[in-house]
Design a binder for this molecule. Structure first.
Ligand code: ADP
Ligand code: MG
Length: 680
């Protein structure tokens, strides 16, 4: 079996499961091997019933306290009974496994393993696995991989295919040059892949992860170097001079720019008038006001007869920017259009035609903007918002839509400048380091679930005062569908807990884009009082009237992500509040969350979190939630990032074209990575 073979060559993968793997982006053996576990399941020791907590996966040993009964609810068959040991008892239930009725016996001892959940206010173990004594003994202390799945594909099926692929696929030569591996004490790629899927200990997992993180950063850093080489001082064919409309827009804004915005705007203007192509990153914490800089730049381009486009990661955000730009720019005779994936084919055709014939000046959209079908008439400026949600490659594809176009990139990822310079090595950096002065700092509190009734009353009061509320629920179960259920269940419970006059709605990632937009719009226009959502609202949404953010199971998020979420409130003049609710209020959890209580500064938060967790925390939650890297995390792995960058830099000095025989594997890998041949 070769790495490039189709996954169908793996025994047990037929047409149907092949398609399911395809949904996960896996069509070759190589892609399968690069599909890393999301987390690991650690078989812990048997726990007393009395000590279980919501959200944990535990193993219990005992017997049934009541006879298992089967009930039919709608089209579900539910078996339930009480299970006990010497310390207490707990409800257990199984869905749609009627055949279990025959094997569950009173008076027998069982070992059950399952997740503790709360349904209708009662703790229970849902869908536990029955373990034999041998299974328990064999598995305890071991790590088994948990993969991010798609409906129809089980974790077992992925793990099985992985084991076969690891056994049968021929290893290719390692693309990391030997001297780099030696210099940084890294194991081989093959060994690392083996151990990332099936680690035999925490130590071997750590070693494997380090190697894979390093190679991710290394490839990234090399690719960035090539981009930068190509970009160095390119003469710009676009002449941006006229500024009347830009000046008028500045006067008509309902606020004046902060010192940070003003400085960034000056730097942008200088770039745009320099005669060279602009490559600039504007980095500013959430709420620092980056959108207006994009708007000014786009107007500047349009006023001088060119087109400008802005790409954002979500449909909702695209819509929001579109409306805002329309409101501010159309009075100047600027035509703004929207292009997103969810539009009908006819709408897309019409919009594309406007773009192609330069009847549109400012184009707002999602990934749809970089699709082949879109041709721009006279594109001079591209802006990427929330760059941390895009890869370098997408950013480059976007600028390739025009000829030597100016590029403005905006990001809120709170990182220290030293890291920014590595991660955005091909760009000049402007930092907005102040928030608009009229803002009151957000008041934060980290609490446990006992506080929930009080929190609800507080929200009720805020709603009565005319404000709005966000509640975030994390994805609790593995499967996709339950992400939705979770939000819906929560919404139902909340509706019961609040007076009917309060309008509660929910939002999650699996909803149809049109419906998502509709809900977001109703929320933005104040028709919805409380929005229960998954993290889909994390990116960029701006509803200044929302003053309360409550995050359930806050312990499941990285602090940097919690900080991003918190940035959805505190965007208007009113006092805003953020409630971090810990489902598992352990000392460590509360200590981490307290960091958010003590500061509203994203840079500080990310740094403190790292310090607290230390380098030993291998199973920590991914910090950033950014999609830029598969495994690597820019906060947790800052050291590897520095090292990989150093290694890439030194390699570049010795063999920039990767022409040495010993760099052949790397050259191939790079071509795959950047999607193009290495020619400069
Ligand atoms: P982000 O940097 O997170 O993208 P936005 O650009 O969405 O932030 O701005 C957040 C809010 O702040 C918006 O409602 C925007 O109108 C407002 N805003 C931007 N600049 C200023 C300013 N200088 N003074 C007051 N409010 C501002
Ligand atoms: Mg923004």
């Amino acid at each position: 079996m070769k790495a490039s073979d189709s996954i169908r060559t793996i025994k047990g993968i037929g047409e149907k499961s092949g398609k399911l793997f395809g949904k996960l982006g896996i069509t070759t053996v190589e892609e399968l091997l690069a599909f890393y576990p999301r987390e690991y399941d650690l078989f812990t020791a048997i726990q007393p019933v009395s000590s279980v907590r919501e959200g944990e996966t535990v193993i219990l040993e005992g017997s049934f306290a009541t006879r298992p009964k089967m009930a039919s609810v709608r089209n579900l068959k539910i078996i339930s009974c009480m299970f006990r040991d010497s310390t207490g008892q707990i409800l257990v239930s199984w869905f749609n496994m009627p055949y279990l009725m025959r094997s569950l016996k009173m008076g027998m001892r069982y070992i059950l393993r399952g997740r503790i959940v709360r349904k209708n206010g009662v703790l229970q173990m849902a869908q536990p696995k029955l373990l034999t004594k041998e299974e328990y003994a064999n598995q305890t202390g071991k790590l088994s991989p948990v993969y991010p799945l798609t409906a129809g594909l089980t974790n077992h099926a992925v793990a099985k295919a992985m084991a076969i692929a690891l056994k049968e696929c021929e290893a290719e030569s390692d693309f990391l040059p030997l001297e780099v591996r030696k210099g940084y004490g890294l194991q081989s790629h093959r060994k690392a892949v083996q151990m990332i899927h099936f680690p035999d200990s925490k130590e071997s997992y750590a070693k494997a992860r380090r190697r894979l993180v390093f190679e991710e950063f290394f490839l990234f850093s090399l690719a960035l170097r090539q981009v930068r080489e190509k970009k160095h001082s390119v003469v710009s064919p676009y002449c941006l001079k006229k500024q009347e409309k830009v000046k008028k827009l500045l006067c008509s804004l309902p606020y004046s720019l902060t010192s940070g915005q003003e400085k960034a705007w000056e730097e942008i203007q200088e770039d745009l008038q320099s005669g060279y192509v602009m490559n600039r990153l504007v980095q500013g914490d959430v709420g620092s006001g980056k959108t207006v800089l994009a708007m000014l730049s786009l107007l500047f381009a349009a006023e001088n007869g060119y087109q400008g486009a802005i790409m954002v990661p979500t449909e909702v955000l695209a819509k929001q920017h579109y409306e805002e730009f329309q409101e501010f720019l159309e009075p100047f005779g600027i035509k703004v259009v929207l292009l997103t994936g969810s539009m009908t084919a006819a709408q897309k055709r019409e919009t594309c035609s406007l773009i192609e014939h330069h009847q549109a000046d400012v184009i707002v959209g999602t990934h749809a903007l970089i699709q082949e079908k879109v041709t721009y008439a006279n594109l001079a400026l591209v802006v990427t918002d929330e760059q941390h949600r895009f890869g370098v490659r997408q950013r480059e594809q976007f600028s390739a839509k025009g000829e030597a176009v100016h590029m403005l990139v905006m990001s809120a990822t709170p990182i220290p400048r030293t890291l920014a310079i590595i991660l955005y090595g091909d760009l000049d950096v402007s930092v907005i380091d102040v928030l608009p002065s009229e803002r009151l700092p957000i008041k934060n509190c980290a609490v446990d679930t006992n506080y929930r009734p009080q929190a609800y009353r507080f929200m009720e009061k805020q709603v009565r005062e005319g404000h709005q509320v966000y509640i975030i629920c994390p994805m609790v179960e593995e499967s996709e569908s339950s992400e939705a259920e979770n939000v819906m269940d929560y919404t139902n419970t909340l509706r019961e807990a609040l007076p009917p006059s309060i309008h509660v709605e929910y939002l999650h990632g699996k909803m149809r884009p049109a419906l998502k937009n509709e809900i977001m719009e109703s929320f933005a226009s104040g028709k919805i009082d409380i929005l229960v959502s998954t993290t889909v609202i994390e990116v960029g949404i701006n509803v200044p009237n929302a003053t309360v953010m409550m995050i359930e199971n806050a312990e499941r998020f990285g602090l940097a992500q919690l900080h991003q979420l918190r940035g959805r409130v505190g965007r208007g003049k009113a006092q805003s509040y953020c409630i971090f609710m810990a489902g598992n209020p352990s000392k460590e959890t509360m200590e981490r969350l307290r960091i958010l209580e003590s500061s509203n500064d994203g840079f500080y938060v990310a740094r403190q979190d790292l310090k607290l967790r230390g380098p030993g925390d291998l199973f920590g939650i991914r910090q950033s939630g950014d999609l830029l890297f598969g495994l690597a995390d820019i906060y947790q792995d800052a050291e590897e990032l520095q090292q990989a960058n150093e290694a890439a830099c030194s390699l570049e000095r010795r063999d920039i074209l990767l022409l040495c025989k010993k760099h052949e594997a790397l050259r191939k890998k790079m071509e795959q990575y950047t999607g193009e041949e290495i020619i400069m």
